[in-house]
Design a protein around this ligand. Structure first.
Ligand code: AMP
Ligand code: MN
Ligand code: MN
Ligand code: MN
Length: 250
C-alpha cells in the first residue's frame, strides 16, 4: 500500500507554500507519491524534485492545464510529463500569455465596478507576473475588505454575472490532451464534479475527453463529496477511463 496525492499547488501558481515546502509537508503527512500540478506552469518541479529526493518520496512531474470545452472552462491534470518537451512548453507558454491579458481585463472589469488597483494588488500575492490567477485577485479583495474570505469572493466577484468576471478562451481540450501526450504524460480530467454541466452534458464531456485520448478522471478530490467519488468511479468504469486521486491542496 502506498499513499498518493496526484494534484497540488505551490507558489508557482496559486498555492501558499513554495514547491519544496509542499513536498516536505506531504512527506511529513505520509504521502509516498506526490504530483506537483501547478496551473499552467512547471517552474516549481526542479525544486520539488530536489526536496522529494531529500525526503525519500516519489515526485511525479505534473501541471494543471486550463482548457475550454464548448463554453465551459475545464482543468486537465498532466501526470508524468517530460519537462523538456517543446510542444508542451509552447502550449503552457501560450496559456500563460492568455492569462496575462486576462489579468489586465479582470482588473479593468473590477475598476468599472469601482475597485481600483486590483492588478497591482493581485500581483502582490503572486510570485511574479508569470502567473496571475483569480485566487490572487481573491486574496487582494479579501485584504481590501471587499469580502470575508476567498470563498466569499467567489460567490460575489470574479464569477459569471458578478463584478470582475471576464470571459476567457483557454486552450482547446484536444490541444491540451495532445501537448500532454507529446510530453509522454497522462491526461486526467480534474475535479469533474465541479463543472456546471447537467448529466447529459457531463456524459458528452466524458465521451469527448476519452475520444480525444484522455486517460483518466479524478475520482477522489477535495472538490468531491463521498457520493460524487462513487459516482465518478462508476463513470470511470463505464467510459473506460482510469481513476486518479488528488487533494488539490493550495
Ligand atoms: P483561474 O485559473 O485563474 O481562473 O483561477 C481558478 C482558481 O481559483 C482555482 O484553481 C481555485 O484555486 C480558485 N477558485 C475557484 N473557485 C473557487 C471558490 N469557489 N472558492 C475558492 N477558490 C476558488
Ligand atoms: Mn487553484
Ligand atoms: Mn482545478
Ligand atoms: Mn488544482
Amino acid at each position: 500500500m502506498f499513499r498518493c496525492d496526484l494534484h497540488c499547488h505551490s507558489t508557482c501558481s496559486d498555492g501558499l507554500l513554495a514547491p519544496a515546502d509542499v513536498v516536505r509537508r506531504a512527506a511529513s503527512r505520509g504521502v509516498d507519491v506526490l504530483a506537483l500540478t501547478d496551473h499552467d506552469e512547471i517552474a516549481g518541479l526542479v525544486d520539488a524534485a530536489a526536496a522529494a529526493e531529500e525526503c525519500g518520496i516519489r515526485l511525479v512531474p505534473g501541471a494543471e492545464l486550463s482548457a475550454t470545452w464548448r463554453d465551459t472552462t475545464l482543468h486537465v491534470v498532466a501526470l508524468g510529463i517530460d519537462c523538456s518537451c517543446d510542444v508542451l512548453l509552447c502550449g503552457l507558454s501560450a496559456i500563460r500569455e492568455g492569462r496575462k491579458l486576462r489579468a489586465r481585463r479582470i482588473a479593468h472589469a473590477l475598476e468599472a465596478a469601482g475597485i481600483e488597483g486590483a492588478y497591482d494588488g493581485a500581483l502582490q500575492h503572486a510570485a511574479s507576473d508569470r502567473l496571475i490567477s483569480r485566487t490572487h485577485f481573491a486574496r487582494f479583495l479579501v485584504e481590501s475588505g471587499y469580502a470575508q474570505d476567498t470563498r466569499d469572493v467567489f460567490s460575489r466577484y470574479l464569477v459569471k454575472n458578478k463584478p470582475g468576471y471576464v470571459l476567457h478562451q483557454w486552450a482547446a481540450l484536444g490541444d491540451a490532451v495532445g501537448w500532454i501526450h507529446a510530453a509522454g504524460g497522462q491526461a486526467v480530467l480534474a475535479h469533474p464534479g465541479r463543472y456546471k454541466v447537467d448529466a447529459r452534458r457531463l456524459r458528452e464531456l466524458l465521451a469527448e475527453f476519452r475520444d480525444r485520448g484522455g486517460d483518466a478522471i479524478e475520482v477522489v478530490s477535495s472538490s468531491h463529496t463521498v457520493g460524487q467519488a462513487s459516482e465518478f468511479a462508476r463513470h470511470a468504469r463505464v467510459f473506460g477511463l482510469l481513476a486518479s486521486s488528488g487533494s488539490d491542496y493550495h
